[in-house]
Structure formats: structure tokens, C-alpha cells
Design a protein around this ligand. Structure first.
Ligand code: AMP
Length: 396
């Protein structure tokens, strides 16, 4: 069966068509600036050149149709009939407390996605639009929702409750949910396999470090804690997000500068993190080169980021009562040897040793610790699309 994987953002749509017989990507691409002037579709069929078309896309319905046209195009296409698409797997940001695993979409599930709009205001509406666009463009083809929050739903109550008034939890579902769940699920499962661990007796920490970053503690394949919370703002500092802070800062600065809570949250989401500390960039490549050129604030941004990641790893070793493997993934985790080295330098006291040469290599799944290291340190490239496709296949 061929499965189309869609990841809809507010003005973008990423897609992959995967042949599930061999898990080969037949084509992938991206629609950008949907609903904005200058919309473009970039389509890359396997083994052929990529091509780009600039054409107005007033909404996601138009974008989905363009994607289907590209997939069936006589020159750049990879299928001849839309009926070849057996199912569509959609990445959905927030499933709240009701959606604890992937599901085939029906009207009730669409209601749940809608109920979660306040919890994922930027993503959930776009995700629902993508689902409804597929319902219209591919009538009769099942749509599966794969939630970013689902993998973390196995967290125990002591990990997901905030110490705030209990009725906030009862009335408004205020609790920690966690995000990047598809990535944490994929990478932790692959880490167990790659390190040769017993799936039912394994302790893995996943460090998903990208523009957004989160960590998870995975016991016997199930998540028991993660660093993001009600929203993706909690946890380690990120490209532009502050991560954990004392909420009194919000009141203090809002009063000083006459800002609303909404304005403060925009600053904490979009103008904080390593961008704010460095004063230069949210991109870790710029921070590393800035540090090499003697920029103290780039060096400080890297210090703060890696210190906080190390503190989360330390707390998860405690939560798991030990650890068998630590896996790095996502843009920074997969590519930045200096970041991995700085993080792991905090754990020499417990006999975790990085092979500094192996750490500098690029490639697929790999071990970067020495043979005598007390814990295996791995780099596992994430593949959220493949995980979504596998879950979709299982359900249909
Ligand atoms: P992601 O959110 O997983 O797509 O990660 C994107 C981020 O990865 C970028 O903002 C960069 O900071 C980071 N990144 C990508 N390549 C490298 C690299 N070679 N070295 C350091 N950071 C990188």
C-alpha cells in the first residue's frame, strides 16, 4: 500500500508518499506560503530532479489538490491514479487527554481536534483543515490522525500534574502533555533495537534537539517523563523559546514595560532562547562559529543550552533509576558534534565516555561512545514521516 503523509502548518504543507511494501519514499515535497502572496510547491520525486511551481494557493484545499496533481503528473509524477493512495496519515499536534493513540479520523475525532484548538492554536486548526481537504479530494480514502502528544500519554500522574490549583486540571485540562511524540517514539524504539536492548527491560533517554527541543525518559518502550508541558514552551531553552522560567518574570516585565500577557508569551516563544542570549541567531551553526571567533554571547548561549540539556538528562537518569542508552536526534542532535560533546562532558563522573572522533562523523544510526563507556550514547536520525506511515498502515 502507498501512504501519503501530510504535515500541515498554518501556511505550509509538507508531504511524503511512501510505498509501505519496502518503506521507500516515492516522492516528497512542500507547499509554502499557503494563503499568502508568493505560494510555491516544491516536489521531489525519487530518482528524478526536483521541480518548483509558483502558483497561488488560497487555502489548504488548493494545496492538497496541487500535491495530488504533482504526484500524478505525467513527467514528475510517481502514480497514475489517486486511488493508488491507500490512506493518508496526518501529523496532528494536540490530542489532549482524549486521543492517547493514533486513530482513523471520523466526526468524533474531528471534534476532539477542534476541542484542542486552545491547546495548539497555531497547529491544530491547520491540521484539521488538512484532514478536511483530503476528505474532499480523496473521498473514501481513510485519514489517520497521529498525535504529537500521544506517545507521552503513558506518563504517570506525578510527572504530568502541575502543582497548581487542582480545579485547573479538572476544569481546563491544565497538565503537562509533551510534544515531538512521534520523534520520541521512533527514536526510542530504534535506539532499543540498535543498542540490542531487551525492549521489556530498557531505560532510554531521547534528546530531540532542533529548533524546538525536548527530552524524554523512556522505560521499557513507554514514556514516563518529557520536558515540554501544556505547550511546547516548557523545558530546555530552544532556538527562540525560553524554556523553563519563573512565571513571576512575566508579571514583572509586563508591569515594567506595559505589555499584555499575550505579548509576553509571544516574546517567550519567538524572541527568547539562544537567539536572545546570543543576540545573533537561533541557528546552532551560527552559535558554534560565533564561539570559535570569540563571541562571548554565542559561547554563553551554547553553555546555557547544553547545561540545561545535561540537567534534564541527569534528572531522567534518576526518574528511570539508571540509563542504558542516550540517543541524540533532530537538526542539532544529529549534526552538532560540539553540542553533543558539551552535553556529555557532564557525565564523565559516571563513566559515560564519548569517542570524540566518532562523535565528529556524520551518517545514519551510530554509536558515539567508547566500547568501555558505562552507557551507550547514540545518534539516531529521526523519521517522523515513516513513523506516521507505519501507524497509519497498522490502523487501516
Ligand atoms: P530541526 O528543528 O530538527 O529541523 O532542526 C533545525 C536546526 O538544526 C537549525 O535551526 C540548526 O540550528 C540546527 N542544525 C542543522 N544542521 C546543523 C549543523 N550542522 N550544526 C549545528 N546545528 C545544525
Amino acid at each position: 500500500m502507498k501512504i501519503l503523509v501530510l504535515n500541515c502548518g498554518s501556511s505550509s504543507l509538507k508531504y511524503q508518499l511512501i510505498n509501505m511494501e519496502n518503506e521507500e519514499v516515492l516522492a516528497k515535497g512542500l507547499c509554502e506560503r499557503i494563503g499568502i502572496e508568493g505560494s510555491a510547491l516544491t516536489h521531489k520525486p525519487a530518482g528524478k530532479d526536483k521541480y518548483e511551481i509558483q502558483t497561488p494557493m488560497k487555502d489548504h484545499q488548493v494545496a492538497v489538490q496541487l500535491v495530488l496533481d504533482a504526484l500524478m503528473d505525467k513527467d514528475h509524477g510517481v502514480i497514475t491514479d489517486a486511488k493508488e493512495i491507500g490512506a493518508v496519515g496526518h501529523r496532528v499536534l494536540h490530542g489532549g487527554q482524549k486521543c492517547t493513540q493514533s486513530v482513523v479520523v471520523d466526526e468524533k475525532i474531528k471534534d476532539v481536534i477542534r476541542e484542542c484548538f486552545p491547546l495548539g492554536p497555531l497547529h491544530n486548526p491547520a491540521n484539521l483543515i488538512g484532514i478536511e481537504a483530503c476528505e474532499k479530494a480523496l473521498p473514501g480514502t481513510p485519514n489517520v490522525a497521529v498525535f504529537d502528544t500521544a506517545f507521552h500519554q503513558t506518563m504517570p500522574k506525578k510527572a504530568y500534574m502541575y502543582a497548581t490549583p487542582y480545579e485547573w486540571y479538572e476544569k481546563y485540562d491544565i497538565r503537562r502533555y509533551g510534544f515531538h511524540g512521534t520523534s520520541h517514539a521512533f527514536v526510542s524504539a530504534r535506539a532499543i533495537e540498535f543498542a540490542g536492548l531487551d525492549p521489556n527491560n530498557s531505560k532510554v533517554i531521547v534528546c530531540h534537539l532542533g529548533n524546538g527541543s525536548s527530552l524524554s525518559a523512556v522505560l521499557n518502550g513507554k514514556c514516563i517523563d518529557t520536558s515540554m508541558g501544556l505547550t511546547p514552551l516548557e523545558g530546555v531553552p530552544m532556538g527562540t523559546r525560553s524554556g523553563d522560567l519563573d512565571p513571576a518574570i512575566v508579571q514583572f516585565v509586563a508591569n515594567k514595560e506595559g505589555k499584555t500577557v499575550d505579548e509576553m508569551l509571544t516574546i517567550l516563544n519567538k524572541k527568547s532562547g539562544v537567539l536572545a542570549i546570543s543576540g545573533k541567531s537561533s541557528d546552532f551553526r551560527d552559535l558554534v562559529s560565533g564561539k570559535e571567533q570569540g563571541d562571548e554571547r554565542c559561547a554563553l548561549a551554547l553553555d546555557i543550552f547544553t547545561y540545561k540539556v545535561a540537567k534534564y538528562i541527569g534528572s531522567y537518569i534518576t526518574a528511570l533509576h539508571g540509563v542504558d542508552a542516550i540517543a541524540f536526534t533532530a537538526g542539532v542532535g544529529e549534526n552538532s558534534a560540539p553540542v553533543r560533546e558539551m552535553v556529555m562532558s557532564y557525565f564523565d563522573y559516571m563513566g559515560i565516555k564519548l569517542d570524540l572522533e566518532k562523535n565528529k562523523e556524520f551518517g545514519d544510526d551510530r554509536e558515539i561512545s567508547t566500547p568501555d563507556s558505562s552507557v551507550k550514547v547514540l545518534v539516531i536520525p529521526t523519521n517522523e514521516e515513516l513513523r506516521i506511515a507505519r501507524e497509519t498502515l497498522e490502523l487501516v
